[in-house]
Ligand binder design. Structure first.
Ligand code: SIN
Length: 290
């Protein structure tokens, strides 16, 4: 690796150390993800425990809570501690407007999230985070893991020359791209928004490479050819650099909470013809600034 890449990896550990009193936090990798135990998400969380969970979220970006037996109301209550809930778009045909069913079986013609992306980046005010509660894993526990990539580090590991070039650039995110190959439902309100290519995390101010293959359409400051080539390179980073990512192996009754502002994820579809089922709640975020 180049020296600027190693420096970037070193910088990840400079956040002040923290002693948790109400939860245990075990990192999944040194760079992203942590398993959190000691919290019962079926109950109202005490304020000090909630504050520690928020701190762990900002440090690790992806939190994994095992063995949780929660109702849809518990799921929404926990999510609501981080911001207003975001209605599902397109709205579910029946059921709760805030709960997206993530359901795949051998008849599925569209597998949600099977490619690197962050949720809701085509919205003018992209989602803060998502909470996915998986209750059914492929029979025998084989496959259906989700990968999560640290997009702070993706930015920090770019060469200084390329980081300089990205300064001041924006990208258009288009909700139609996510439906490539499929016809979007008639009630899908197609989101489209322009964001800086490099944004600052609203809570930590740390920079993030903010492009993803599912939504980012073009860089208006470049010619079409240049935009296509640069976006292809930037969007491939999570796949080309395994060091950026952690892998979550689901078991029934696992809830994972990830930060859509600085994490991309990829739900790996490697379990055909088996079945996987869960429910996801998304949380509203605000506008993103350079
Ligand atoms: C998604 O939100 O993209 C789905 C993630 C998953 O199913 O693991």
């Amino acid at each position: 690796m180049e020296s600027y890449e190693l420096e970037a990896v070193g910088a990840v550990t400079t956040r002040p150390a923290v002693q948790y009193r109400t939860i245990e936090v075990a990192p999944v990798t040194p760079l992203i993800g942590a398993e959190v135990s000691g919290a019962d998400l079926s109950a109202e969380l005490p304020p000090d425990q909630l504050a520690e969970i928020k701190e762990a979220f900002l440090r690790h970006h992806v939190l994994v809570f095992r063995d949780q037996t929660i109702s849809q109301d518990d799921h929404k209550r926990f999510a609501g501690h981080f911001g207003p809930l975001r209605p599902v778009n397109p709205p579910p045909p029946d059921g709760d407007p805030y709960i997206l069913e993530i359901s795949t079986d051998k008849a599925a013609d569209n597998v949600a999230g099977n490619g690197w992306h962050a949720d809701g980046t085509a919205d003018a005010e992209p989602s803060l985070g998502s909470m996915l509660y998986i209750t059914r894993v492929p029979e025998g526990g084989s496959g259906g893991d989700t990968l999560f990539a640290n997009m702070h580090l993706a930015y920090e590991m770019l060469s200084p020359a390329l980081r300089g070039m990205l300064e001041g650039m924006t990208a258009v995110h288009d909700g139609l791209i996510a439906f490539k190959g499929y016809t979007p439902p008639a009630d899908y309100v197609i989101p489209k928004a322009e964001h800086p290519l490099v944004v600052r995390h609203p809570e930590t101010d740390r920079r993030v490479l903010y492009v993803n293959g599912a939504y980012t359409a073009r860089i208006p400051q470049l010619s079409p050819d240049e935009s296509e080539a640069l976006l292809a390179m930037l969007c491939e980073i999570p796949a080309r650099r395994p060091m950026l990512s952690c892998r979550v192996r689901w078991a029934p009754n696992t809830l994972v909470f990830w930060d859509n502002r600085c994490v991309q994820h990829h739900a790996v579809y490697d379990y055909y013809p088996l079945t996987r089922y869960g429910r996801r709640v998304a949380i509203d975020g605000g506008p993103l600034k350079a």
